[in-house]
Write a protein that binds this ligand. Sequence first.
Ligand code: FAD
Ligand code: FES
Length: 268
Amino acid sequence: MQPNSCELKVLDLVPFGQTGSASRFFALRLTRPAWETWRPGQFVMLRPRNFGLDIPWARPFGICHMTTRHMICFFQVRGRGTQRMAELRHGDIVRVWGPLGRGFVMEQDTPTLLLAGGMGIVPFVGYVNLHPKPWNVTMLFGHREHISCYPVDSINEHVPVDSLREQENGDLDNFIYTIQERMRDIADQKGLVLACGPTPFMRTVQAFATEMGVRCQLSLENRMACGVGACLGCVTRTTKAWPVETRRESPVQVCTHGPVFWADQVEL
Ligand SMILES: Cc1cc2nc3c(=O)[nH]c(=O)nc-3n(C[C@H](O)[C@H](O)[C@H](O)COP(=O)(O)OP(=O)(O)OC[C@H]3O[C@@H](n4cnc5c(N)ncnc54)[C@H](O)[C@@H]3O)c2cc1C
Ligand code: FES
């Protein structure tokens, strides 16, 4: 299926953490695209006009939140593309392809634990906003930068967030121990775990999910060029548990088959 493509206007770019040009974290508010439905965990490919000729490829970003009038993406400056995005101003034009990929499941009566590492927090802003019974949801957030760099308040309004900052030796071990404890609680309640963050974090969550037999979905952030299944730049290998016979134990595109996968169905 052809993804929807449209041009949206920048409404504003709000720095998080530090102010102005010192910030590396931004909420980008765009006019709302015309799609009727979307699901947290889905993403968009963004290509602002200011990429010019020297940055030919769009970049993938999770949909942070949608209101009736706006779409919000939240990004961290990493390289050339995101640096250019940090220079966007009100009225600038951004080409957007989306909503792309498959999002997280939402089971209103199932106790659900959200696990986020760093920018993995982004899809959970929309998730907790749309969840019909947010009292069944809790969240654990691990991060390296100051908490003010992340959109935690938008989540805290709906569900309690426990956050742990990795600053010193031992903090990571403590975070991993806490993940294990929280996942064990959810396993005892026959609940659901949803995780998003860097690959080593995803591997840890996947290993605990296997050990505890808890239902778990992971959102992968493989590098992407086209975002629509054509370039094969983003593939990951499936396991025997993959439901489609022909793709078992073979590579699949993360952009179209994911980015959200059941933890037992992919190799990381
Ligand atoms: C499905 C998906 C959703 C994403 N959602 C978000 C989001 O909501 N907010 C956000 O800030 N970022 C998100 N990312 C990562 C974002 O796409 C990259 O940070 C961005 O493309 C970097 O572009 P750049 O031109 O600034 O960096 P480049 O110049 O292309 O690369 C600079 C450095 O950034 C790192 N990098 C680039 N792409 C990735 C990637 N996919 N994963 C990890 N590291 C990467 C690499 O270390 C690289 O060396 C997402 C990626 C995917 C695949
Ligand atoms: S990014 Fe091109 S196939 Fe996934």
